[in-house]
Design a protein. Structure first.
Length: 223
């Protein structure tokens, strides 16, 4: 299992450019939805994510991104309108967060976004600058399926399988507190932010993957 994950992970480093279509959210522009297209508009509330909205309305995440032309590197923002295709507006959709929702793995500043070239490498997630030894927590409940002391150029890396096709990747960490096979809960501390070599800036490299393909974390993380 660990070897398979490592193989797919390494493959996607080369292949990620083919999947850049996942992109990041851009503000909704009026007039991009053809007149008569069945569906309705959803106004985004503070803290909502594209992933959460797609679940709320039982809509495919990729289709939601495609029809709303979500292709650049900004996030979805509160007050924005998203078109929900092929659906009727529900009377009172539940907006409660559950264990299926993701949380930020560390508090800090994003210094590289999905698809951005950073240190001559295409970023397959986000890089979050944080103080060295800052706590890194599980973004969602799951099982640790991979750990390496020195994985490729990423240093210490932990991968958590969330049991529904989603994986989260935590790289450039130190003081790892979990072992392969352990179940971890959302918000549970799993490691600390580390720094590699002579680099002065400590940061966490974080990815969300569907299967083994990288997704844009901004679609899943609350603002």
């Amino acid at each position: 299992m660990q070897n398979n994950i490592a193989t797919h992970f390494a493959y996607c480093i080369v292949a990620v450019s083919a999947f850049g279509v996942m992109g990041c959210a851009s503000p909704m522009h009026s007039g991009i939805i053809a007149a008569g297209t069945p569906g309705f508009y959803h106004q985004i509330s503070r803290g909502q994510t594209l992933y959460g909205i797609s679940r709320m309305h039982d809509t495919d995440l990729n289709e939601l991104a495609r029809i709303n032309r979500i292709t650049d590197t900004s996030r979805v923002e509160a007050g924005q309108f998203l078109f929900i295709p092929g659906k009727q507006k529900p009377n009172d959709p539940s907006q409660a967060y559950t264990q299926e929702d993701f949380i930020w793995p560390v508090k800090g500043r994003v210094i590289a976004t999905f698809g951005q070239l950073f240190d001559n490498v295409i970023t397959k997630g986000i890089n979050i600058q944080a103080p060295k030894d800052a706590s890194v927590v599980a973004a969602r409940t799951g099982k640790v399926v991979f750990y390496s002391d020195n994985f490729l150029s990423f240093g210490k890396t932990v991968i958590i399988d969330h049991g529904d096709g989603f994986l989260t990747v935590y790289s450039r960490v130190t003081s790892v507190l979990v072992q392969k096979g352990a179940t971890v809960h959302k918000g549970e501390m799993i490691a600390k932010v580390g720094a590699i070599g002579k680099q002065e800036s400590a940061y966490l490299h974080f990815e969300i993957r569907k299967g083994h393909f990288p997704q844009n974390p901004y679609f899943f993380l609350p603002n």
